[in-house]
Ligand binder design. Structure first.
Ligand code: EPU
Length: 304
């Protein structure tokens, strides 16, 4: 790993020879649903898998640290911004190509839009994800879900790029996806996916989407700035219920507050900073641990 102060210079030298689009000093509070976080010094916006693989090979060879950004809906970023290169899936947003029951789509494509496209094409299997505010790549990497539905269940194959820049088309199978994680993806970048869905009357698919929508809006703080669930559910339990039963709804640190609607959400009331959110996470974990003996693990990804 190159020393922290050198990674920008190292990266710039590599990027000078690359055709990948580069953005500089990008405020991440504008690219995360929680609305917290300082600038990313370097954001790569590749539009072709091969270009990205090549740049990743060079970054890895020079030990320049990097990580991946999707829709930013599960992310808490430090006020100083990340101390690594950010690779965005935003330019790998190829429109869905639908052939019979399969849908090929780019990693940067938004999940709610994909769900609508599938419904219009009379395809069922991902309507549970109508309100998951993620990208295809992020939802696959985290195996995003809603009740019994998991994004991974619909995935047939996906294009993965290893941190050393090796591109593979991976066939999903048993063990590829688990609760809120995807061992079959590991720490690779997801560039595209092929889903396998089922033919269904579009009206029925839309009706199920409406039921999911109403349930979600009634049970989660959908209108407020948040990063989804902060903690993973402990085995056999629900983090939200434990936090609620510990009396922590409404607990605030500065402008960060535990949601009154669902206790496993932290809401940014406007202008919250990293320190406030991180302190609130620690207080909730400590308090729940003290009262129940269960130590909650964070689900939200933290970038510092
Ligand atoms: N509950 C409370 N108080 C609360 C919140 C929930 O008592 O403040 C109770 C509910 O009444 C219910 C139980 O806890 O009996 C479970 O609540 P819910 O159905 O909302 O599910 P969850 O386990 O809290 C999980 C996912 C959510 C996902 C919902 C719906 C995790 C960590 N969370 O929440 O995912 O949207 O199910 O499928 O797995 C996310 O991953 O970011 C996320 C929001």
């Amino acid at each position: 790993m190159v020393a922290a102060k050198d990674w920008v210079a190292e990266a710039e030298a590599i990027l000078g020879e690359s055709s990948v689009r580069v953005l500089r000093d990008v405020p991440l509070r504008a690219r995360t649903s929680l609305g917290v976080g300082g600038p990313a010094r370097i954001v790569l916006v590749p539009e072709r898998v091969e270009d990205l693989a090549q740049v990743m090979r060079r970054l890895a060879a020079a030990s320049v640290p990097f990580d991946f950004l999707g829709a930013g809906s599960n992310l808490l970023v430090a006020d100083e911004g990340p101390s690594f290169v950010v690779i965005s899936s935003q330019g790998l947003d190829a429109e869905p190509v639908i052939e019979k029951e399969t849908v090929r789509v780019g990693a940067g494509y938004p999940v709610p839009r994909l769900v609508k496209r599938a419904a219009s094409a009379g395809l069922s299997g991902i309507e549970f994800a109508e309100g998951i505010p993620g990208s295809v790549g992020g939802s696959l990497r985290m195996n995003a879900g809603w009740h019994e539905g998991m994004f991974g269940h619909a995935v047939a194959t996906f294009t993965a790029i290893s941190r050393r820049g090796q591109v593979d088309e991976v066939v999903a199978g048993p063990g590829t996806f688990e609760y809120r994680k995807s061992p079959g993806v590991g720490d690779r970048f997801v560039a595209a996916a092929t889903l396998r869905l089922r033919p269904e009357d579009p009206a029925l698919v839309r009706e199920r989407m409406r039921v999911y929508h109403d349930h979600r809006v009634g049970s989660q703080p959908t209108g407020a700035k948040n990063a989804g669930c902060i903690f993973k559910n402990p085995p056999g339990g629900h983090a939200g219920r434990l936090i609620d039963e510990s009396g922590l709804k409404g607990l605030a640190v500065g402008r960060a507050i535990v949601s009154d609607v669902h206790a496993n959400f932290i809401v940014n009331r406007g202008g919250a900073n990293y320190g406030e959110v991180a302190a609130l996470i620690d207080r909730v974990r400590d308090e729940v641990g003290r009262r129940t003996g269960i130590v909650l693990e964070t689900e939200v990804v933290v970038w510092r």
